[in-house]
Design a protein around this ligand. Sequence first.
Ligand code: NAG
Ligand code: NAG
Ligand code: NAG
Ligand code: NAG
Length: 594
Amino acid sequence: MKFASVLSVLGALTAVSAVQVNPLPAPRNITWGSSGPIQVRQLSLRDSHTSSVVSSAWLRAWNSITTLQWVPAAVEAPISNYPPFPTQTPESKTKRATGGIRYVEVQIKDSKADLQHGVDESYTLEVSKDSSSIKITSQTVWGALHAFTTLQQIIISDGKGGLIIEQPVKIQDAPLYPYRGIMVDTGRNFISVSKIFEQIDGMALSKLNVLHWHLDDSQSWPMQMRSYPEMTKDAYSPREIYTEADMRRVIAYARARGVRVIPEVDMPGHSASGWQQVDPEIVACANSWWSNDVWAYHTAVEPTPGQLDIIYNKTYEVVNNVYHDLSAIFADNWFHVGADELQPNCYNFSTHVTEWFAEDPSRTYHDLVQYWVDRAVPIFRSVGGHRRLMMWEDIVLSAENAHDVPKDIVMQTWNNGLDNINKLTTAGYDVVVSSSDFLYLDCGHGGFVTNDPRYNQNSNPDGGVNFNYGGNGGSWCGPYKTWQRIYDYDFTYNLTDAQASHILGAEAPLWSEQVDDISVSNQFWPRAAALGERVWSGNRDAAGHKRTTDLTQRLLNFREYLVANGVMANALVPKYCLKHPHACDLYKDQTAIS
Ligand SMILES: *[C@@H]1O[C@H](CO)[C@@H](O)[C@H](O)[C@H]1NC(C)=O
Ligand SMILES: *[C@@H]1O[C@H](CO)[C@@H](O)[C@H](O)[C@H]1NC(C)=O
Ligand SMILES: *[C@@H]1O[C@H](CO)[C@@H](O)[C@H](O)[C@H]1NC(C)=O
Ligand SMILES: *[C@@H]1O[C@H](CO)[C@@H](O)[C@H](O)[C@H]1NC(C)=O
């Protein structure tokens, strides 16, 4: 099977005869013929199931096809013909005799399957030679949606107001991993509903299917709560609130595009805002000095401190009500309950905790964290047997871990790359990979904390190792993670098959200390699309070679496509590199990464 590049030109390059556009993510299997493009007329949907999800998705795809009149930016030349040459609109040697294509026929086996973890997302797409229809089959409506986002990328303009597609073409496609996500953080800075929609648009186009919504953090509480309306006193302003209707709108918008929304309320750490409005006593250390300047006393790893009081009984009453309010809004079976970065010193501010320790001197900090697990997890499970919980790995792997965390809780790993993946899968946990060295999209922007005297230096100390001179540039997880770093990550490296079967997929988080509506889209995109392909069809070709170089032109074109579709993706290269495939490669040898 040949994975042609974006626009692979067969035959004489001056007389363009084939327009094989490869979409992103690359399908698992795409085979093109070279009969020359066929005219695409006004396409009508033929869907025997009359699913409104499918018909609305088709209208969106068709609208994008007809309004954009897309032509990928560059003609891909075989590397032997280097240097390649710039864009040209495919010349029309288009077949007209047959009357062109008029229908999209969609056949879905099970149109009732709900959008939940593990739902079948496979599809096939076929244009037979000189056929009048494009045939799509899928197991579920969610697979059909993926077929449309593929199709809308391979129908292009003929440069004369018409549309064409190369034919015949046959695509058999299905994701490698059921969990393909990004994480948006609306606790550090508010992100508007319309900007969240924009991220979902990018996700749908790149076949990412999970939006992990880190709703709140110690700094702000933006969600309107039925049980405790007072919690939004800790939103940044009355405008920076998600009403129940807003949350439902996000969920519906995502669902219509095949994207699940998994909510996260981070507990018991990262908790102050909102909670403290209900009862200040359920939050420990909320008004302490976070004390990173005197580390021995630190109560948080970033301002502002606050952790739910694990021993105070009322904590669980409030947690129960907040959790049930949100569970009634978020339709997904999964719920993320946080559990990262607990700081022991914080609990020195709680009389409930200090008395609990004093009652029995044999008690350890691990016992305290276990107490949280034992009391909170039954609450989290109380919405019914369909609920699957997700936690950050800290609850199992940090210095402040619990003794015994149920093995059915999905662990999201973010530290120590392959090491922690190995530990968690050996222990038998299902794992979502978010290793910060590869997938944290906020890294590399320097520190955000102020009054930082480490910047007050006019010469380069320690040969550039120190703080913001070289080194990590003042970012704990620097440097910035480029699309090549993301795509190259072999997160199942060294795992046994049994361990690898515990990897559910991967997710790229974007923590928002230095992100809001202004930059959220260009921080996610197009880097998240590189992850999209990594988890959809992998980073290797059929022969097992890394195809990072092969992705280059797909991704550069896809960035243009995102922008055209209203997703404000960042530039990755001088446009020259987009228009001259491989001119900007570091190595001419295309097998450099193997
Ligand atoms: C890809 O699809 C073609 C046409 O259906 C088939 O002949 C080929 O075996 C498939 N390749 C793989 C790797 O599945
Ligand atoms: C918090 O309490 C623990 C246990 O009593 C003690 O070891 C630790 O030094 C205290 N931390 C601070 C910052 O006082
Ligand atoms: C807190 O709740 C536990 C479990 O329900 C109960 O055993 C205990 O007596 C309660 N403590 C207080 C101080 O009310
Ligand atoms: C892979 O496993 C080998 C053998 O156990 C070990 O020596 C090596 O360090 C591992 N590599 C990584 C990257 O974990």
